[in-house]
Design a protein around this ligand. Structure first.
Ligand code: BG6
Length: 517
C-alpha cells in the first residue's frame, strides 16, 4: 500500500514478539512469512524475533523449529548460498506464563538488550497467535511489565475470532483498548491479505470501463463462493462453537462483499477505504424475523459422502464433535445492499467445508441483452460475466459473446482469462507476508477496524439467534457435494443459477487463457 504521496512506505526496524510461538499458526504461516520478507530484503538486518510460549525451549531448539517450519511451509527454501545463519541468529525464545507479570519484566530486559544489539529504536510488534480470551490479559501484562515504555511504536496484531458475537467482541475490544489505542491494533483477516482481494480495488478503480457499469442498472447479481474440500480436520472443538457463520462469513465473506460493493474512496488511504467499507456493511439489509432469515439464509452440515472415490465421514462423526451437533459447516445467503448503487441487486454468498473443490471466486453477472431482440431472438445468449479468482488460481476472466467463425451468424460465448499465478517467475507473497509487512510499516488498510467488526457482528448475530430458537432448518448435504439444494433454490427463485466454479462443465465456451486451459 502507499501513503498519500504514493511512495512506498518502508518497513521499520522492530522487535517482533510471537506469542504462541510453538503453535500451528506460527509454524505454518508466521515463520515462513518472516523468512520470505527477509529474503526479499523487506526486513533488513535491524530486527529481532522473540518466540514466546509456555513450553520451555532453548534458543537452539527454537531456531531448529523455525528451520523445520520454513523447510516445510515457506515459498522460499533456505539453501547454503543464502545467509540462513544470518537470518536465524535474529531469533530467540523465552518461556512465558502470560498471567505472571514478572516474566514480562524479564522479557523487557531481554528486549532492551536486543534493541541495543540490532540498533532498533524501541519499535515493538506484538503478534498474538493465541486464543482471544487471552488478548486482554496479555495486553495488561505488556503494560504492567513495562513493555510499552520504549521510545518507538507499539503495535498489537491479533487473529480472529474476535469475539463470539457483538457483546463478547465489544468486551474484548474494551479490554484491549484499556492498553492500546485503536490505531495501534491490527486485527487480521487473512483474506484481506490475498493478492486478488487487494486487486479488486485496482480492477474497479484503475479501469474506466467497469465503474460506469458497476451498479444496479447493469449488474444483475453478484455471486461469492468460498468452497473448501477439507472437513473440520482436528479443529472440531473450536469449530463446533464457531461454525461457518463465525469462522468464514462474519469476516472473510463480508470483507470480500464490501470490497466489491464499496464506493470509490476519496483517497487511497486506510481510513478512507475503511470508512467506505463500513458504509456498505451498514447498508446491508437487516434480516430480523425468523421467516426473513429462513427465506434468505441457508445453513447446512455435511453428512457422510464420497469424493473422488474416497468415503468421507459426516461432521457429527468427526473427532471432538458432539454427535448431535447442529453446527453449520455450510452457509448460503441472499443479501441486499440497500443503497442507491445496489438497490435490488442480490448478492449470493456461499461457503462450506467438504465441497467438491477448493476455490474462492467472485462472479459479477451483468444484465443480459434484451430478450427477443436481434441475436437474442434467434438463440439463447449467456450474460456477460466478470470473474475474480481469489484462489487457488489467482486471476480474472471475462465472459462475452462473439460470432462463431463461418457463414452463419451464430453466437458463441468466449472467456478471456488472465491467470496471474500461472505466469512464469511469479511467486506472489502469501497473505501473512503482506499483512506482517503492512503492520510493521503502520499501514492498516487491510486490517479490520473496530467499527467494521462491530457492524459485521450486529449483522450476523440475529442469524445465530434464529437458528438457536429453531433448529429445524438445518440441511444435511453429502460430503463432496455442492451443499444443500436450498442454496440453489435461492437463485432459481430469482431466475438465476450459480455459475460453475473454475468455469468447469461449460463445454461450449471458447477459452483464451495464459493458464494453458
Ligand atoms: C480460516 C478458517 O480463517 O480460513 C478456516 O478458520 C479455513 O476454517 C481458512 O479453512 C480458509 O483459508 P484459505 O486461505 O485456505 O482459503
Amino acid at each position: 500500500m502507499t501513503n498519500n504521496t504514493h511512495e512506498p512506505i518502508s518497513a521499520q526496524e522492530a522487535v517482533y514478539f510471537i506469542f504462541g510461538a510453538t503453535g500451528d499458526l506460527a509454524k505454518r504461516k508466521l515463520f515462513p512469512a518472516l523468512y520470505s520478507l527477509y529474503r526479499e530484503g523487506k526486513l533488513g538486518e535491524k530486527f529481532a524475533v522473540v518466540g514466546l510460549a509456555r513450553r520451555p525451549r532453548t534458543k537452539e531448539q527454537f531456531q531448529d523449529d523455525v528451520h523445520q517450519s520454513i523447510l516445510e511451509f515457506c515459498r522460499y527454501k533456505p539453501t547454503e548460498l543464502d545467509n540462513w545463519e544470518g537470518f536465524v541468529s535474529h531469533f530467540s525464545y523465552q518461556s512465558l506464563d502470560i498471567a505472571n507479570v514478572e516474566g514480562f519484566r524479564t522479557l523487557k530486559d531481554h528486549t532492551e538488550a536486543l534493541e541495543v544489539q540490532y540498533q532498533i529504536p524501541g519499535n515493538r510488534l506484538f503478534y498474538l497467535a493465541l486464543a482471544p480470551e487471552l488478548f486482554g490479559s496479555v495486553s495488561r501484562s505488556l503494560r504492567d511489565g513495562g513493555m510499552l515504555e520504549s521510545a518507538g511504536w507499539h503495535r498489537l496484531v491479533i487473529e480472529k475470532p474476535f469475539g463470539y458475537n457483538y457483546p463478547s467482541a465489544e468486551k474484548l475490544n474494551e479490554e484491549i483498548r484499556q492498553v492500546f489505542r485503536e490505531e495501534e491494533v491490527f486485527r487480521i483477516d487473512h483474506y484481506l491479505g490475498k493478492e486478488m482481494v487487494q486487486n479488486i480495488e485496482a480492477i474497479r478503480f484503475a479501469n474506466s470501463f467497469f465503474e460506469p457499469l458497476w451498479n444496479n442498472k447493469h449488474i444483475a447479481n453478484v455471486q461469492i463462493t468460498l468452497a473448501e474440500t477439507v472437513g473440520v480436520e482436528d479443529r472440531g472443538a473450536y469449530y463446533n462453537k464457531s461454525g461457518a457463520l463465525r469462522d468464514m462469513v462474519q469476516n472473510h465473506m463480508l470483507q470480500m462483499l464490501t470490497m466489491i460493493a464499496m464506493e470509490p474512496p476519496s483517497r487511497l488511504d486506510a481510513e478512507d477505504i475503511r470508512d467506505e467499507k463500513v458504509k456498505v456493511l451498514r447498508s446491508i439489509r437487516k434480516l430480523r424475523s425468523g421467516e426473513e432469515i429462513r427465506n434468505n439464509i441457508i445453513r447446512g452440515q455435511y453428512a457422510q459422502g464420497t469424493s473422488r472415490g474416497k468415503e468421507l465421514k459426516g461432521y457429527r462423526e468427526e473427532e471432538s464433535v458432539d454427535p448431535e451437533s447442529t453446527t453449520e459447516t455450510f452457509f448460503g445467503a441472499r443479501l441486499f445492499v440497500d443503497n442507491f448503487r445496489w438497490a435490488g441487486v442480490p448478492f449470493y454468498v456461499r461457503t462450506g467445508k467438504r465441497l467438491p473443490v477448493k476455490s474462492t471466486e467472485i462472479v459479477i453477472e451483468f444484465n443480459n441483452v434484451p430478450n427477443h431482440v436481434h441475436f437474442a431472438s434467434k438463440q439463447k445468449l449467456l450474460p456477460n460475466l466478470l470473474v475474480i479468482r481469489v484462489n487457488p488460481m489467482e486471476g480474472i476472466y471475462i465472459k462475452m459473446n462473439a460470432k462463431k467463425p463461418g457463414n452463419e451468424m451464430t453466437i458463441q460465448p468466449i472467456a478471456m482469462e488472465f491467470c496471474q499465478s500461472c505466469q512464469v517467475g511469479i511467486n506472489t507473497p502469501e497473505a501473512y507476508e503482506r499483512l506482517i509487512y503492512d503492520a510493521a510499516r503502520g499501514d492498516s488498510t487491510y486490517f479490520t477496524r473496530w467499527d467494521e467488526l462491530a457492524v459485521a457482528w450486529r449483522l450476523v448475530d440475529p442469524f445465530a439467534e434464529a437458528w438457536r430458537e429453531d433448529e429445524s432448518d438445518l440441511q444435511f448435504y453429502a460430503a463432496g457435494s455442492w451443499g444443500p439444494q436450498k442454496v440453489d433454490d435461492l437463485l432459481s427463485e430469482d431466475g438465476y443459477h450459480w455459475w460453475p466454479v473454475n468455469g468447469q462443465d461449460e463445454d461450449n465456451v471458447i477459452w483464451v487463457s495464459n493458464s494453458g486451459k
